[in-house]
Design a binder for this molecule. Structure first.
Ligand SMILES: [Ca+2]
Ligand SMILES: [Ca+2]
Ligand SMILES: [Ca+2]
Length: 468
């Protein structure tokens, strides 16, 4: 009751006009607080240069949904993820300025043959290799911990999908705007997609088709499409499936493959189409031709009188560019995602984003990454889970250092101890160590004239998550 009263007061403050109306009909609230402390040393892999840092970061996510009308629901999610410990008290107006409305949408039931969701919203699943907008489970880089992304979009979920696709069938499409760059020129970035799910041969299948389009903004003088710059128009077609390994009880597998098509008008990846990109008047603009695969197996079994033992492995591959002249061979072979959230490894996936040198860890573009893990949930302490996970990271096409192409980025071992206090409260402790491979060692050593000592990176982490 106390919680409800607090919520009502909070909403009345935020939406005074609506609060006077029938706002609180079927009000549902949910929230989450994450507190993540890390201590990292030698992130630059160079032992001669002292670097280490400690940080405790908090993220708050708080959402409410309520009926606006009988068949129309409102949905609001606030996120606040700006604050580290030790940065002083925030004023109430200061909090106001950093509490972002990352979801604000209305949902209309049975609008014709669809359920519609209109407005700012999250999309996809955390960790997805192709597209995800939402609260991330990992720091997006060293200085932007626990970020949250969202998309302004219209999403339509077909209410008769089962009639067309059978039991377990689903079908939705969405059309969103990532950046509204101009009201006069066609320079916006739009994302749209279509997703269908069905069951066949005892397997669950999902087919997705996504398009991300960045307008060139240049008017085509003769309407032929050849005068002026070309749009950056990325298409990703993906097929996902999962099932059980029939012969082994408790073993499951997942697999997905994605293909790129389209025109790489933003050839230099700057986010705008300008003179730095390939001009179709002087040479052919590259076509997107990358592809990626991600597959894993997991096995659960019970070790008599010891506890539950889970283990698994995962392999990810995303094609890399063949380093040839883009004019003589106008193809971009590097796999391109819409908005990838695939970031394996607590160090590699969590902290390498801010580093220079091409080691951006988001996604499977130009990467071969595999990992294996085993965890124990002991009968004697059922709230505890201990996990060890090892990773290997490679470029598909690596940087050329001193005349040699180097593909080995490095390897990582993460040890994690989780304590599940209840369904809504969890605590975690982790230790990770990243061992730099030849691509890092030789890049650093080459830049330092061969005299620089290269050493592993270490990370200690504590995590608290409370859902309410
Ligand atoms: Ca160092
Ligand atoms: Ca616009
Ligand atoms: Ca560009």
């Amino acid at each position: 009751m106390k919680k409800l009263l607090g919520t009502v007061l909070g909403l009345a403050l935020v939406f005074p006009a609506i609060a006077q109306a029938d706002l609180l009909k079927n009000l549902k609230t949910s929230g989450q607080v994450d507190v993540q402390g890390v201590r990292v040393n030698n992130l630059d892999s160079t032992s001669g240069t002292m670097d280490r840092f400690g940080r405790t970061h908090t993220r708050l996510i708080w959402g409410a949904s309520f009926d606006l009308l009988d068949d129309v629901m409102g949905n609001v999610t606030f996120t606040k993820t700006d604050r580290n410990y030790g940065t002083g008290a925030q004023s109430v107006t200061g909090v106001e300025g950093v509490a972002l409305v990352n979801e604000a949408n209305i949902q209309i039931k049975n609008l014709g043959c669809v359920d519609a969701k209109v407005g700012r919203q999250f999309y996809g699943n955390a960790g997805d290799m192709v597209v995800y907008y939402g609260p991330s489970g990992k720091p997006s880089d060293s200085t932007t911990p626990l970020g949250v992304t969202a998309l302004d979009a219209v999403r339509l979920d077909c209410t008769h999908a089962r009639d067309y696709l059978g039991n377990g069938g689903s079908l939705h499409l969405f059309n969103g705007k990532v950046t509204d760059a101009s009201n006069t020129a066609d320079t916006d970035t739009d994302v749209r997609g279509l997703s269908a799910g069905w069951k066949l041969f005892g397997l669950a299948w999902v087919a997705d088709l996504y398009e991300r389009r960045l307008g060139s903004g240049v008017l085509k003088a003769d309407g032929s499409g050849n005068a002026g710059r070309l749009d950056d128009d990325l298409w990703v077609l993906r097929l996902k499936t999962k099932g059980d390994v029939g012969m082994v009880k408790g073993m499951t597998w997942n697999a997905q493959v994605a293909l790129n098509r389209g025109t790489n008008g933003d050839t230099n990846g700057s986010g705008t189409i300008t003179a730095g990109d390939v001009d179709p008047a002087t040479g052919p603009v590259p076509q997107y031709r990358g592809w990626a695969f991600l597959g894993n197996v997991a096995h659960k079994w019970n070790w008599n009188k010891v506890g539950g033992v889970n283990w698994g492995g995962e392999l990810g591959y995303g094609s890399g560019n063949v380093p040839t002249d883009p004019v003589s061979r106008p193809v971009t072979n590097t796999f391109a995602a819409i908005a990838s959230d695939y970031r394996p490894g607590d160090i590699y996936g969590g902290h390498f984003g801010g580093l220079t040198g091409g080691f951006n860890p988001a996604g499977l573009s130009n990467r071969l990454i595999y990992n294996a893990w085993v965890s124990l949930n002991p009968d004697r302490w059922p709230k505890l889970t201990a996990t060890v996970q090892g990773y290997k990271f490679h470029f598909v096409q690596g940087p050329v250092v001193l005349g040699v192409q180097e593909k080995n980025i490095g390897s990582e071992v993460d040890l994690r101890l989780g304590y599940k206090h209840s369904d809504n409260v969890g605590v975690g402790f982790s230790y990770g160590r990243f061992y730099p491979g030849a691509a890092i060692i030789h890049t650093i050593a080459g830049a330092g004239g061969g005299t620089v000592q290269v050493n592993p990176t270490n990370r200690l982490g504590t995590d608290l998550t409370v859902r309410f």
